[in-house]
Unconditional design. Structure first.
Length: 58
């Protein structure tokens, strides 16, 4: 979603308890920074970097 966004002045949040990776960003200013962070978490395959299932508020 962030990668394909074309916002001009946006405060983006994806911090609901059900999200594995909470994100807060000013777009487009922080777009590349947040994409690098997301890709880093995905590539690391380190589950300690994401919200555990028991805390996801499902």
């Amino acid at each position: 979603m962030i990668d394909n966004s074309n916002f001009t002045n946006c405060y983006f949040t994806s911090n609901h308890a059900s999200n594995y990776l909470p994100i807060k960003a000013y777009l487009p200013r922080e777009k590349e920074k947040k994409l690098k962070m997301i890709n880093s978490v995905i590539n690391a395959k380190d589950l300690s970097q994401i919200r555990p299932e028991h805390l996801r508020g499902l």
